[in-house]
Design a binder for this molecule. Structure first.
Ligand SMILES: Cc1ncc(COP(=O)(O)O)c(C=O)c1O
Length: 369
């Protein structure tokens, strides 16, 4: 029987928690606690504790977080920062708006930024690397950090999609000098609007990002520099505190859905699935997205749509360097090939086991198995 399995169900992000959320709105509202209040401070403490970072700052969104981290590090015009091209535009645009030049490079075998491509792109203008911890999987940070150390480059991780993801037991976002995490509603930890966080182990970067995000004021309220307003709303922080309590269970549920997809679809030669939960003990993935590569991708997407299943081809089906309007004028064949075949299946807390099996049934039927 036909089912509706949307790619992401935005109303349910609210409706599934409506009663608890209404209590939170009421409680925060009655306190008049809207800007930089206890809920935000608590959230920053949880975020730091959860990831093992020394410092966390709530910011308006992860794009701002990346930009502020780069500004805090002291990015200058002409400085080049190497990033993946298979990432959200925000990775590259944050480098640009912080004053530098993004240099998008190829993805590697694991479909994350290719360490060899990073090394090949390094020149005397290169100052940093911004790996994206994509789809909730942390890159092989041993390789990236050793390149950074060899060439004396900073690392700012785009951990927008990776809160809770680990490499060799260490949390995404804690390898480099700083990182940013997104709390966009569809993120594994999502609020009801825009939201982001910066984490760092470096007090100097913390202090500078703090100033930049609050009109140049430091934690004691003293104006120390020019800044702007990029604060995380206290109400959003209260919502995030509520979701944080169940965050590890949420990750386990997503990994369970990934296990269903893997067990049902793993044998289809027409598909290349993302790494399974057990494929490599160095990685703990949170499956922000379940992105696979498929033969006859567009036809598969259409078939799933007809059968009520929402899928997503990420970022309008284009890698960063394919936006010619942004001034890029080169080819990255592996990345471009990837974008011809990639598709994301529903992966969220709103799908039941039966929904996941239905998605698999439809894919199996499409390939005539
Ligand atoms: C990889 C990546 N980087 C950066 C961002 C930007 O996050 P935000 O929407 O919080 O600015 C996103 C958000 O989707 C993302 O997926």
């Amino acid at each position: 029987m036909k089912r509706e399995v949307p790619f992401f169900n935005y109303p349910r992000a609210y409706l599934d928690h409506r009663e608890d959320l209404l209590k939170i709105f009421d409680e925060v509202g009655k306190r008049g606690a809207f800007i930089m209040q206890k809920d935000l401070k608590d959230f920053e403490l949880y975020l730091a504790k959860y990831t093992g970072a020394k410092y966390a700052i709530g910011v308006a969104n992860a794009t701002d977080g990346l930009e502020l981290a780069l500004m805090a590090i002291g990015l200058k015009p002409g400085d080049e920062v190497i990033c993946c091209s298979h990432t959200m535009l925000a990775t590259a645009s944050s480098i640009r708006t912080a004053g530098g030049t993004p240099i998008p490079v190829e993805l590697g075998e694991d479909n994350l930024i290719d360490p060899e491509a990073i090394e090949n792109a390094i020149n005397k203008r290169t100052v940093g690397i911004m790996p994206t911890q994509l789809n909730g999987r942390t890159c092989n940070m041993d390789r990236i950090m050793s390149i950074a150390n060899k060439y004396n480059l900073f690392v700012v991780e785009d951990a927008a999609q990776a809160l809770g993801s680990k490499f060799k037991g260490q949390h995404a976002g804690t390898f480099g000098q700083a990182s940013a995490i997104s709390f966009f509603p569809a993120k594994v930890l999502g609020c009801l609007g825009d939201g982001g966080g910066v984490i760092t182990n470096d007090y100097g970067i913390f202090d500078k990002v703090y100033q930049l995000h609050d009109h140049g004021r430091d934690i004691d309220g003293e104006v120390k520099s020019w800044g702007r307003n990029s604060r995380l709303d206290n109400l959003q922080a209260a919502i995030l505190n509520y979701h944080f309590e169940r965050y590890d269970q949420v990750i386990l549920r997503r990994r369970y859905i990934a296990d269903i997809y893997q067990s049902r679809l793993g044998d289809l030669v027409e598909l290349q699935l993302p790494p399974s939960t057990t494929s490599n003990k160095d990685h703990f993935d949170i499956y922000q997205n379940y992105e696979l590569q498929a033969d006859r991708r567009d036809k598969l997407k259409e078939h799933l749509k007809i059968n009520g299943i929402g899928t997503l081809i990420q970022w309008s089906g284009k890698a960063v360097h394919q936006w010619e309007q942004l001034g890029f004028n080169f080819k990255l064949p592996k990345t471009e090939k990837f974008f011809e075949r990639c598709i994301m299946l529903p992966m969220n807390m709103f799908i039941s086991d039966d929904d996941a099996h239905y998605v698999c049934d439809q894919i199996i039927a499409f390939y005539g198995k």
